[in-house]
Write a protein that binds this ligand. Structure first.
Ligand SMILES: Cc1cc2nc3c(=O)[nH]c(=O)nc-3n(C[C@H](O)[C@H](O)[C@H](O)COP(=O)(O)O)c2cc1C
Length: 362
């Protein structure tokens, strides 16, 4: 396994840089015969591109997938699938500061410069740009198709931005997320979040927030304990999204404050099916799905690229200075990260479904 690959039976290899020729993904292990529709992949991609909302950058990311191999007559052949998106609309002049050696506080510039001895592509954050998540989304769109026989649903929504937190939503309500600019499918909280973002935007600042992931129709037993438990694989996937700083499953950190009698989910039988009365476990016990909805919460930091002047250093000239950024940056990446988190959830579930024999490899 290389450092840029993820998954075992279903494997994705991520490649590309922000201002390079392309970003993309190589996928191995797609069951032959899986229907691959560019139209469906492009629908997924259009959910992650910056939109006109207050949250997003004015940067243009008109992403259209090109499949270079692994598909014949609309179906996966079983050979490696390579899919790319050409980078358009990137403006190198905004990154002169990076060429000169100025590093952005809170971004990957400094450790990347040291680790790669100054040879890393600094334009637009290079390999550390969220552009690389285009490949994650392509892989997720294909994973969704692989999982179709199991009827598994994955739905994410914006749970919070800054200090505004939407109450927990039901799966059916959450499904309307893409009707809202903020991806928070509550008219009240959609407005409150927009206000919160506008305030930060006026200040030339940025905001963090949280995404809630929910799933429906999971079978019992997805996950390969111990090191490939479903929660550890999901956490690894989520932490590969730029700006993610925390992942919780079910009650998460708050479970540490509960007593066992409060945290345990009592079992009952409803219409002949074993179920639980509560879901503090977030659908995961012993690293396996337990048949309840899998619930994850992903915390994002406020993005580092802000328009306020910032104190920093020039690594080439070894001097201190003040950095004033130009260019297009997101006030808050959470709305755009919803499809990215959903895509990685589908990918992990598909890999686990193949590994666990829920879906046949061939
Ligand atoms: C959808 C998305 C868009 C992002 N856009 C920006 C951006 O415009 N400016 C920025 O500084 N960081 C942005 N980021 C975050 C950086 O890529 C990230 O903070 C950086 O690579 C450092 O990694 P780390 O925050 O995980 O440590 C974005 C992240 C996501 C998920």
């Amino acid at each position: 396994m290389s450092d840029n690959s993820f998954g075992r039976s279903l494997v994705m290899v991520s490649f590309g840089e922000s201002h390079g020729e392309v970003v993309g993904v190589l996928i191995e292990g797609i069951p032959p015969g899986t229907v691959i529709e560019e139209k469906r992949i492009n629908e997924w991609l259009s959910r992650r591109k910056p939109n006109a909302s207050v949250a997003s950058t004015k940067r243009k990311e008109e992403d259209t997938v090109e499949i270079l191999s692994g598909v014949y007559r609309g179906k996966a052949t079983g050979a490696p699938l390579v899919a790319i998106v050409r980078n358009k609309g990137s403006v190198d002049e905004f990154y002169e500061f990076a060429e000169q050696g100025w590093v952005r506080p809170g971004h990957a510039d400094y450790p990347a410069y040291v680790k790669y001895k100054g040879f890393n592509d600094p334009r637009g954050g290079g390999r550390f740009s969220a552009r690389i998540t285009v490949g994650f989304v392509i892989a997720g769109a294909i994973a969704e198709k692989i999982l179709e026989p199991l009827n598994i649903e994955v739905v994410g929504y914006t749970k919070s931005v800054g200090s505004v937190e939407c109450p927990d939503l039901e799966l059916e309500t959450a499904k309307k997320r893409y009707n809202y600019e903020t991806r928070c499918p509550s008219p009240d909280y959609d407005s409150l979040i927009k206000e919160e973002m506008l305030k930060a935007k006026k200040d030339g600042d940025s905001l963090g927030g949280k995404i809630r992931i929910m799933t429906g129709n999971l079978p019992v037993g997805l996950g390969q304990p111990v090191f490939s438990s479903i929660d550890s694989e999901l956490a690894k996937a989520y932490f590969s999204i730029p700006a993610v700083k925390g992942v919780e499953i079910g009650a998460g950190f708050s479970a540490s404050k509960l007593r066992g009698s409060q945290n345990n989910d009592p079992y009952v039988i409803k219409n002949g099916v074993i179920t639980t009365l509560t879901n503090n476990a977030g659908g995961v016990l012993g690293g396996m799905t337990n048949g309840q909805p899998l619930i994850a919460t992903i915390a994002f930091k406020p993005v580092s690229s802000i328009y306020k002047p910032q104190r920093t250093v020039n690594v080439k000239e070894m001097k201190e200075g003040i950095l004033q950024l130009k260019g297009f940056h997101d006030v808050c990446v959470v709305p755009r990260a919803v499809p990215i988190a959903e895509a990685l959830t589908y990918f992990v579930l598909a890999d686990m479904a193949i590994r666990g024999g829920f879906i046949s490899e061939r």
